[in-house]
Design a protein around this ligand. Structure first.
Ligand code: GLN
Length: 253
């Protein structure tokens, strides 16, 4: 079995350890005897329909998002949209996630059109939302990660969030939601990277990719002891951060 991973804007949109998501996908495949090839898809590179089994798109600053939004106008964006409709899994983090919605409106400059895969939109806010996050996800259980964004993402009615924040800000710091799901597409603000600490999410993407190839069955479990340690550590840090925030609040002048 072979899988081909298309890594969107690998060189330009890759922050706070996002690359670790690709490593986690490849390694979890390797441990199960699945060869995963990674193809970087930068600005100007064509996206050939049917060629990729899974996509990853990381976060980046506004400047890189402008280049990506421009690159996805026309045939390339159409192809990515059609692939997601076909059920090809994609994980998009932060800046990438924002561009899977209808638009991202930055502080300065014109609104960036998104692909509209998610019924969601993002508006840059005044305050950056930074810190460790703990999320309760109906589909994936407890998820942990690290967020750093000023964009506030709002989900349209009926749009499924990835989960609900227990600690942290998530989509917008207002409605308690974090991330988004549509078919096998997952958008999230969780960096960290997110997949090594939440291997159930990685396995969802791999299983979805394999199923699309006609594979039936369950992925054999892996020894995830280290992932569990990293996950627990992230939860502990998020709790410490929350306690410190409360202490600061009570010490306000
Ligand atoms: N420019 C976006 C924001 O701050 C994305 C940042 C990111 O990807 N970390 O909202």
């Amino acid at each position: 079995m072979r899988l081909r991973i298309g890594w969107l804007y690998a060189r330009t949109m890759n922050i706070y350890g996002d690359r670790g998501n690709v490593l986690a996908l490849v390694e979890r495949c390797r441990r199960r005897g699945i060869a995963a090839e990674v193809v970087e898809l930068g600005v100007g590179d064509p996206l050939e329909p049917g060629r990729y089994d899974l996509f990853f798109w990381g976060g980046g600053q506004d400047r890189e998002q402008i280049a990506a939004a421009h690159d996805l106008r026309g045939a390339k964006g159409e192809a990515l949209r059609a692939e997601v409709e076909r059920g090809v899994p994609i994980l998009a983090v932060c800046g990438g996630y924002q561009l899977l919605g209808h638009f991202y409106r930055p502080h300065d400059g014109p609104e960036l059109p998104g692909l509209g895969i998610f019924d969601a939109w993002t508006v840059a806010g005044e305050r950056r939302m930074i810190g460790n996050v703990v999320v309760d996800s109906p589909a994936f259980g407890e998820l942990v990660g690290f967020e750093n964004h000023s964009g506030r993402t709002y989900l349209g009615p009926g749009t499924e969030p990835l989960g609900f924040v227990r600690i942290g800000h998530g989509n917008n710091g207002e409605d308690g939601t974090e991330g988004c799901r549509y078919r096998n597409a997952i958008g999230t603000y969780l960096h960290g990277p997110v997949l090594p600490k939440n291997p159930q999410l990685a396995d969802f993407l791999v299983a979805a990719a394999l199923r699309l190839r006609g594979w039936e069955g369950e992925l054999p479990p892996l020894d995830d002891e280290l992932a569990a340690v990293a996950h627990a550590e992230a939860v502990a840090r998020a709790r410490d951060q929350e306690r410190a925030q409360r202490r600061r609040w009570f010490r306000r002048p």
